[in-house]
Design a protein around this ligand. Structure first.
Ligand SMILES: [Zn+2]
Length: 336
């Protein structure tokens, strides 16, 4: 939880950060902000920095050294409320109305240290409708100086009424070069940093997860499978589907994402220009073009995307992979 309070420590997002700092400097930060974007790009980190700056009240950045900043860093700031959904057993994570009411009660108090209150709601999309409606009333009639910072990976899951009450800041995917630089600075070896950055889909936390869990092995496996599709017999196909189906769901998704990036790279090679995700595999991918017509690559890509969608909507993983590999492998039986 304790992290630094420096804007420089947030990777990328220069324009958002500039906007936030300007609003802070000029004292015109809206009372409700939404930090939206994919996982692991620094949304929550930015929201926490805004919170610390609002509470420090120096200017556009927390000083890091006043009683407010020290309390913030220690996680004991009396005017800072951070909320996240609770998970109930194996069920979905939900921000319930009781939790929102609790937040609202705290947010109605008199500030003790900073003269204002800041509420950070992580995974705000997990509010159920009752909770969202309750929050809506607070957003419509704020009592005193309270700031609400909502964070979400699923902007579309928020009620339109909530969306209409918040200022939206979208945090896009990080460019691979930014992730690569960060990994290099962390001491990750050059070639590996490049490959991880390519495979991370614009998310730093995803890159770090891949590093931790030997994710490059998945990319290698996806490539091997793709390049051997033509020669895989039925038995091997079933075997492979079973093996993939046993992966934890997120790893299965990573495998499919790796495969879709390889296919996208093949389309780039067909187009004759553009940067490859997997530059280091250029030769192997170019060789594979002999086996895959451009239309074929395109239709494979559609299949992979569909498999990914099904996996994410909790379909049986083994069946998803079985269906996918069957269709991919069948291509040659039918010609092309
Ligand atoms: Zn301070």
């Amino acid at each position: 939880m304790a992290d630094s309070l420096r804007w420089q420590d947030i990777l990328g997002h220069e324009r958002n950060i500039e906007r936030l700092r300007t609003m802070l400097r000029e004292g015109r930060l809206p009372h409700a902000l939404l930090f939206s974007g994919v996982a692991g790009v620094g949304k929550k980190k930015a929201a926490r920095l805004v919170a610390a700056a609002l509470l420090c009240k120096k200017a556009d950045a927390p000083c890091g050294d006043c009683p407010s900043c020290r309390a913030f860093l220690a996680g004991t700031h009396p005017d800072y409320i951070e909320a996240a959904p609770e998970s109930r057993g194996k069920g979905a994570r939900v921000l319930r109305i009781e939790a929102v009411r609790e937040i609202e009660k705290k947010a109605a108090r008199k500030p003790l240290l900073s003269g204002r209150l800041v509420v950070l709601m992580d995974e705000a999309d997990t509010m159920n409708e009752a909770a969202a409606n309750s929050l809506l009333k607070t957003l419509e009639e704020p009592q005193g100086e309270v700031f609400f910072l909502l964070v979400t990976e699923k902007r579309a899951a928020l009620l339109p009424t909530i969306l209409s009450r918040v200022r939206d800041l979208h945090f896009g995917a990080l460019p691979p070069a930014v992730i690569e630089r960060h990994l290099l600075a962390q001491g990750v070896e050059g070639g590996q940093a490049k490959m991880l950055a390519a495979a991370a889909d614009g998310s730093l936390s995803h890159a770090l997860l891949l590093l931790e869990e030997d994710g490059l092995q998945l990319v290698e496996d996806a490539a091997q499978t793709l390049f051997s599709l033509r020669t895989l017999d039925m038995f091997r196909l079933w075997e492979k589907a079973e093996e993939l189906g046993r992966l934890p769901r997120e790893r299965g998704e990573d495998w499919l994402l790796a495969l879709s990036r390889l296919l996208r790279d093949m389309l780039v090679l067909y187009a004759g220009s553009g940067a490859l995700y997997h530059e280091e595999r250029r030769v192997g991918l170019a060789r594979a073009l002999q086996d895959f017509s451009e239309e074929r690559v395109f239709s494979l890509l559609v299949e992979v995307r569909e498999a990914l969608r099904r996996l994410r909507s909790n379909a049986n993983a083994r069946l998803v992979f079985e269906g996918l590999l069957m269709r991919l492998g069948n291509a040659w039986a039918g010609g092309r």
